[in-house]
Ligand binder design. Structure first.
Ligand code: ADP
Length: 209
């Protein structure tokens, strides 16, 4: 099953993807995670995109499209995939349509105020990839990952200025994809405001092939 998770930053796309991927034996492919790993490992790609991610702007389409095309050529997508954070522009969506087919586009619906609250409290564990929230989903031991014990950090782009820029970028460049996929008959809206478990439980029945 080939899925796209669409929605503003902080809607919970990554959290829900991690919760459901094993159920369908499909990988979670997050372009944001791929860029962050490249930055951490100081690869040429990482050096190229570091300042773009910190500001909350988008990496150029050309780079992102090539990266996803290569990723979707890997063997682990035999059963499908969850694309999280891609496509984010109309040219990306058009390019994607040239090299794969999509079964569902899940549109995570949530208001701006809730997003700002969520992102300011979000903390992540780089190695395990787990995502926490100071209030909604705290770790057992404050400041440390439950799984690996590593210290939790705040993403640079979760600082207030970058969050506001990311929301503006989303409205201008990514929100038009809602109409694009709706016209193609692929869009399924999901209320992303409740807790992750409630959102995941409401999503699973929508995914039938
Ligand atoms: P979020 O959805 O929480 O904003 P992501 O982890 O998906 O964050 O992405 C983080 C950053 O990575 C984006 O702000 C952008 O700079 C870059 N990025 C991720 N996916 C794309 C994409 N499809 N096109 C361009 N830039 C991207």
């Amino acid at each position: 099953m080939n899925l796209i998770f669409l929605g503003p930053p902080g809607a919970g796309k990554g959290t829900i993807a991690i919760m459901i991927k094993d159920r369908f034996s499909i990988p979670h492919i997050s372009t944001g995670d791929i860029f962050r790993a490249a930055i951490k490992n100081e690869t040429p790609l990482g050096k190229q995109v570091k300042s773009i991610l910190t500001s909350g702007d988008l990496v150029p389409d050309e780079i992102t499209i090539k990266l996803v095309e290569e990723r979707l050529a890997c063997d682990d997508i035999v059963n499908g995939y969850i694309l999280d954070g891609f496509p984010r522009t109309i040219p990306q969506a058009k390019a994607l349509g040239n090299f794969t087919h999509i079964d569902y586009v899940i549109n995570f619906v949530i208001n701006r105020e809730s997003i700002i609250k969520r992102l300011s409290g979000r903390r992540i564990a780089k190695d395990s990839g787990k995502i926490y929230h100071l209030v909604n989903n705290p770790p057992k031991r404050e400041g440390f990952c439950d799984e690996t014990g590593e210290p939790l950090i705040q993403r640079d782009d979760d600082k207030e200025e970058a969050v506001i820029n990311r929301l503006d970028v989303y409205e201008k460049q990514t929100a038009p994809l809602i109409d694009y996929y709706s016209t193609m008959g692929l869009l399924q809206d999901i209320d992303a405001a409740p807790s992750p478990k409630v959102v995941a439980d409401s999503l699973i029945p929508l995914l039938k092939l």
